[in-house]
Design a protein around this ligand. Structure first.
Ligand SMILES: C[S@@+](CC[C@H](N)C(=O)[O-])C[C@H]1O[C@@H](n2cnc3c(N)ncnc32)[C@H](O)[C@@H]1O
Length: 235
């Protein structure tokens, strides 16, 4: 089953993985402050991540949006996310030299943490289905300025082997349309690389011409080697 926006090419991971990063990973990769966590937040693509579940259970106001939510029932999504977590873990084991083993001590811990996030996601999507909205970038089903902060992890730049430059530009413009303030995107490094997206400078200029100011900001999180920065976009 594929949720891609274009055919698979060559980063070696196969179809876009429906991953399940944990709340703690989100906090670190987006440098989220306690104040950020009080904002109305969109996580897009949410995948099977634990951020929406745990963010809301901590008193936050978080909605997840992903193309996968349109294609499955909650039970199917939960089962798919479990299998996808193992597929992602197999990739990480096979390419362990491309990862920094600090946030996770080893591939076993990576697998365990990600499965725990899937379980949180699976329970939450059954309990609060309205927190999980089907949508496909670059066109989201939300009115302008619906959120204060948009978080976008591991689709843009990660899958630059199959998502072209125009898609990146349009997707970021769309993420900015639905936030009244800010969008943060992580990482800036494609899967299978340790170097930033090669057309990043041009993208920042094109965003600027659309009235979007984008800054590259270092974060205190590195799992994929070289993936140490997020893009912070503001109107
Ligand atoms: C690698 S996962 C990232 C999930 C989550 N942000 C995380 O870090 O665990 C990529 C997600 O992008 C979703 N996706 C792929 N193309 C999309 C599109 N055009 N619009 C919205 N979601 C998309 C997939 O279904 C998948 O769940």
């Amino acid at each position: 089953m594929s949720f891609e926006s274009a055919p698979t090419r060559s980063n070696g991971i196969g179809e876009v993985v429906i991953t399940a990063r944990s709340f703690e990973e989100y906090k670190a990769m987006f440098a989220l402050s306690p104040d950020d966590l009080t904002k109305r937040i969109l996580d897009c693509p949410g995948g099977a991540a634990g951020f929406t579940s745990e963010g809301n259970s901590r008193g936050g106001d978080v909605i997840a949006c992903d193309v996968a939510y349109s294609l499955h029932t909650a039970n199917e999504l939960a089962a798919t996310a479990e299998a996808e977590t193992d597929r992602g873990n197999e990739y990480v084991r096979a390419h362990s030299h491309d990862y920094v083993w600090e946030f996770f001590a080893d591939p076993d811990e990576h697998q365990h943490v990600r499965h725990r996030a899937v379980q949180g996601f699976a329970a939450d999507i059954r309990r609060n289905p309205n927190h999980y909205v089907a949508g496909r970038l670059p066109s989201l089903p939300f009115p302008d300025s619906s959120f204060d902060l948009v978080l976008s992890s591991h689709l843009l730049f990660s899958y630059a082997d199959r998502l072209d430059h125009a898609f990146h530009l349009d997707a970021i413009s769309e993420l900015m349309r639905v936030t009244r303030d800010e969008a943060r995107i992580f990482p800036l490094v494609p899967v299978g690389s340790s170097e930033p997206y090669p057309q990043l400078d041009g993208l920042l200029e094109e965003l600027d011409s659309r009235g979007i100011t984008a800054r590259i900001v270092s974060v205190d999180y590195e799992f994929q080697r070289g993936a140490t920065h997020m893009l912070v976009c503001r109107h």
